[in-house]
Design a protein around this ligand. Structure first.
Ligand SMILES: NC(=O)c1ccc[n+]([C@@H]2O[C@H](COP(=O)([O-])OP(=O)(O)OC[C@H]3O[C@@H](n4cnc5c(N)ncnc54)[C@H](O)[C@@H]3O)[C@@H](O)[C@H]2O)c1
Ligand SMILES: [Zn+2]
Ligand SMILES: [Zn+2]
Length: 372
């Protein structure tokens, strides 16, 4: 039986989102119908709206959904109706990356997440019998309901029964990426210096994770003083405004032997190259920021080789979802990951204001709360 839902349809950059009625398919064997309670807004929703991703428009976006399971397909065993869940990206489960529990690098990432239909080309969502592009990150959670998949729905542990959905929802993308980059991809070592460039949701998650890892010093760089102040409260030991001409000289002064870790969330080519030049022997430069598809990076080869340096692209913080998301929730419950301080909630029908607040920089993590 199909499910009637309300979904915010994205028509592109120059049009507001419009909340319209849609119907969702009955879950197939490996699918899960979730009643959405909250959904975070991530920079990547904006990238899809602005046609920087290979996603078709109009489309139902939203990829940080949390809610309650309403129905499951016959093959789903890890969640049942009534369970509280969070959602993340989807993956195929059978490619060389999925086989080694690295689903963020799924060989089938695009068809599983970005083509507007299931990977087999069938639509999940309709409007007046016409297909609507959805299945964004295997969910499309800017809606009252989402049809998700066994591989991207994670049960919220009992220990977090009192944590509101608006706090749980944004863990599924930006916060998981910043913290996973530090704790998993770069595996930051205690006592070693890290600089984090850009302190939006991803960068501040990295600051909190660097504190958990025991990095020292933790240097945060941004162009907004308000974000730097927040980064200090969340664990940065030093903050530097990236607009100042001597920003890189200041980092060198703080770490004369070089940085063990540099983490870029800005995607700014020249900044990434300067960050490479600050690396200590065995230093790692981790890159998550979206950049222009035509950008290339240039490094000095002998410094790269002679210093045993590593430059790594990072997707989703190398998260395996079923292991790392519950870990993050435990860090939150223990007070080590107070990401709720980045969140401002907006009612679902204020989605356009919520996007505006995220883009102006006034809110680090806008989260939509669905009616009821
Ligand atoms: N690779 C992944 O898996 C993944 C996942 C989520 C997000 N992302 C990408 O990561 C990036 C960061 O995401 P976000 O949600 O934190 O975005 P954001 O826009 O909130 O954060 C970027 C920050 O960089 C700062 N900045 C801009 N210019 C700077 C400069 N010259 N020096 C220092 N700081 C500067 C901005 O002020 C801002 O605070 C985005 O490009 C997003 O698309 C990647
Ligand atoms: Zn795969
Ligand atoms: Zn995202």
């Amino acid at each position: 039986m199909s499910t009637a839902a309300q979904a915010a349809i994205c028509y592109g950059h120059d049009h507001p989102f419009a909340i319209e009625p849609v119907t969702l398919d009955t879950p197939r064997a490996d699918e899960i119908l979730v009643r959405i309670h909250a959904c975070g807004i991530c920079h990547t929703d904006m990238a899809a709206r602005d046609r920087q991703l290979p996603t078709p428009l109009p489309m139902v976006l939203g990829h940080e959904g949390a809610g309650v399971v309403e129905a499951v397909g016959t093959g789903v065993t890890h969640v049942k109706p009534g369970d509280r869940v969070i959602m993340s990206f989807n993956s195929c489960g059978h490619c060389p990356s999925c086989e080694i529990d690295k689903p963020t690098y799924c060989y089938n990432f695009v068809p599983e997440n970005w083509i507007g239909t299931r990977a087999d080309g069938s639509p999940t969502t309709h409007q007046d019998d016409k297909p609507v592009n959805a299945n964004f990150f295997g969910q499309s959670s800017f809606a009252t309901h989402a049809l998700a998949h066994a591989r991207n729905v994670v049960k919220v542990p009992e220990s977090a029964a009192a944590v509101p959905f608006s706090t749980l929802a944004p863990l599924g993308c930006g916060l998981m990426t910043g913290s996973g980059a530090v704790l998993r991809s770069m595996n930051v070592r205690a006592g070693m210096p890290i600089a984090i460039f850009g302190t939006g949701a991803v960068g501040i998650a990295a600051v909190m994770a660097a504190k958990i890892a025991g990095a020292n010093p933790i240097i945060a760089v941004d162009v907004h003083d308000s974000r730097l102040a927040l980064a200090s409260e969340m664990g940065a030991t030093h903050t530097i405004n990236g607009r100042s001409e001597d920003a890189f000289a200041k980092i060198k002064e703080l770490c004369p032997q070089g940085l063990s870790y540099a983490f870029d969330t800005t995607g700014i080519n020249t900044l990434i190259q300067q960050a490479f030049d600050l690396l200590a022997p065995l230093g790692t430069l981790g890159i998550v920021g979206a950049s222009s598809p035509t950008d290339n990076l240039t490094f000095n080869e002998s410094s790269f080789m002679g210093g045993g340096k590593r430059v790594i692209g990072i997707l989703g913080g190398d998260s395996d979802l079923f292991g790392f998301l519950p870990d993050l929730i435990e860090h939150h419950l223990a007070g080590r990951f107070p990401h709720d301080r980045l969140i401002k909630t907006f009612p679902f029908d204020a989605i356009n204001e919520a996007f505006q607040a995220g883009e102006s920089g006034s809110v680090v993590k806008p989260v939509l709360v669905m009616p009821g």
